[in-house]
Write a protein that binds this ligand. Structure first.
Ligand code: AP5
Length: 187
């Protein structure tokens, strides 16, 4: 099964992706995690990405697509995947479409996790106290939400035209949200 997870920063994409992959035995491919790993490894790409991520902006489409292509070509992604954080704008959605056509595969689901802005700000503020993500400061979170509204929200319409979008109510416990996702994936 090939799934794209859409939703604002803090909506629970990463949390839900981990639960889906555990049950379905497919890999969780998070472009945010791939970029954070490149930063930790101090690669040239990571160093270039860090400044952009710390400002809450999007890393260049070419960099992210290159990383994604490498990851999708690995053997564990051949039977399916959960994409988390990609595509992030319409250009990336079109790039992904071309890539999937090249690989002769299609997406099965685009799950749009809906959480109101006050809740995502509260979740990220809580995470900022527990973890050390440099883009979780209040000012950067505000910018990430703005970037989401301007650039990522239109991606849902891109997939609505393919009739593969399911909106998931993302408030409630992690298990409740997971149950709603499971109900859609079982359908
Ligand atoms: P990325 O890593 O993708 O971050 P994000 O989209 O901003 O999302 P988050 O990780 O903040 O949230 P999430 O929706 O995964 O929620 P989570 O499960 O963690 O991107 C970071 C940056 O990388 C971008 O700003 C950009 O610079 C760059 N980047 C990444 N991909 C890119 C791309 N394709 N193109 C260009 N640039 C790219 O949950 C959040 C918190 O809430 C957690 O603490 C969690 O425990 C908690 N939580 C989850 N569910 C619940 C619940 N039901 N109730 C209460 N708390 C909950």
């Amino acid at each position: 099964m090939r799934i794209v997870l859409l939703g604002a920063p803090g909506s629970g994409k990463g949390t839900q992706a981990k639960l889906i992959v555990k049950e379905r035995g497919i890999p969780h491919i998070s472009t945010g995690d791939l970029l954070r790993q490149a930063i930790a490894d101090e690669t040239e790409l990571g160093l270039a990405a860090k400044k952009v991520m710390d400002a809450g902006e999007l890393v260049s489409d070419e960099i992210v697509l290159g990383m994604l292509k490498d990851r999708l070509n690995k053997s564990d992604a051949q039977q399916g995947f959960v994409l988390d954080g990609f595509p992030r704008n319409l250009t990336q959605a079109e790039m992904l479409e071309d890539l999937l056509t090249e690989l002769n595969i299609e997406l099965d689901h685009a799950l749009l996790i809906q959480v109101n802005p006050d809740e995502v700000v509260a979740r990220i503020a809580k995470r900022a106290e527990q973890e050390n993500r440099t883009d979780d400061t209040e000012e950067v979170v505000r910018n990430r939400l703005e970037v989401y509204r301007e650039q990522t929200e239109p991606v849902a319409d891109f997939y609505r035209k393919q009739d593969i979008v399911s909106e998931i109510h993302g408030t409630g416990t992690i298990e409740e949200v997971h149950d709603r996702i499971q109900a859609v994936l079982r359908f």
